[in-house]
Design a protein around this ligand. Structure first.
Ligand SMILES: [Zn+2]
Ligand SMILES: [Zn+2]
Ligand SMILES: [Zn+2]
Length: 247
């Protein structure tokens, strides 16, 4: 009997341990929500878009975009197979891969055109190239320990019927969680409230977003002594040549 109760205790202990491990993983999420504004949407290849949208319909452009992706894959595959089979020269291989990128770039351009079509198409009266952006676009950011999401809300007004459509989406804005700074970097940070240094920790991973040519990092600091939270944003300019292609 004595042994059994010992076992019972051990079992309880293990259960408790398991439970506490589980709960420490499922922390109550401290969600931070930020609301701000963004610029009006900028469309690339506007002249090409106007031209293509006025001639072709959406379906055709969608199919063309897919065909160009397939073409890219085909050229790349054929080049690679030839390279592996025969003793094709290196420069031929490089040339083949570069050529295969051309249809891919065309496909990406068509996808831009399709986006322009989607934005300017009025879902009420069915007119192409009818909507323009009005009002104030809103950027909403949601962040907790390991998750960071962005949503942009824009208003589109139809020139033909006057209908205003509100649309929400992530808009391919680059957003990710960064890494917490090594302890060495945090040593030098002083708490803005109690003025002590060496007591500040980062309590969640930083949020990183890229808007235009700006890379904005938001870090979450907390003083372990007084509990003061300090959310800091820093901005750096992205090298435009490295991001110009937007691939
Ligand atoms: Zn908080
Ligand atoms: Zn309309
Ligand atoms: Zn403090």
């Amino acid at each position: 009997m004595y042994n059994q109760s010992e076992f019972g205790n051990l079992e309880n202990y293990l259960l408790e341990k398991k439970y506490s491990e589980n709960t420490s993983c499922e922390q109550i999420p401290d969600v931070h929500i930020f609301t701000g504004t963004v610029e009006y949407k900028k469309h690339r290849f506007k002249t090409v878009s106007l031209f293509l949208i006025s001639i072709f319909d959406e379906k055709f452009l969608e199919i063309m975009s897919k065909i160009f992706v397939l073409l890219c894959i085909t050229i790349a595959l054929v080049t690679t197979i030839n390279f592996l089979d025969n003793e094709t020269l290196d420069w031929f291989y490089i040339l083949g891969i570069m050529v295969s990128l051309v249809p891919l770039i065309i496909s990406l351009c068509i996808q831009n055109v399709l986006e322009y079509h989607k934005d300017t198409f009025c879902r009420k009266c069915g007119n192409k190239l009818a909507c323009e952006e009005i009002g104030e676009p809103v950027l909403k950011e949601k962040s907790n320990f390991g998750d960071y999401t962005l949503t942009v809300t824009r208003h589109w007004k139809c020139r033909c019927c006057g209908n205003v459509d509100t649309r929400e989406g992530p808009e391919n804005i680059f957003a990710e969680k960064g890494e917490i700074l090594p302890a060495i970097y945090l040593k030098g940070i002083e708490c803005k409230k109690c003025s002590l240094s060496g007591t500040v920790v980062e309590f969640q991973k930083p949020d990183i977003k890229e808007i235009g040519n700006k890379r904005i990092t938001r870090r979450y600091y907390k003083c372990t002594l007084c509990g003061h939270e300090n959310i800091c944003e820093s901005e750096e300019t992205i090298n435009s040549s490295a991001h110009a292609c937007g691939l």
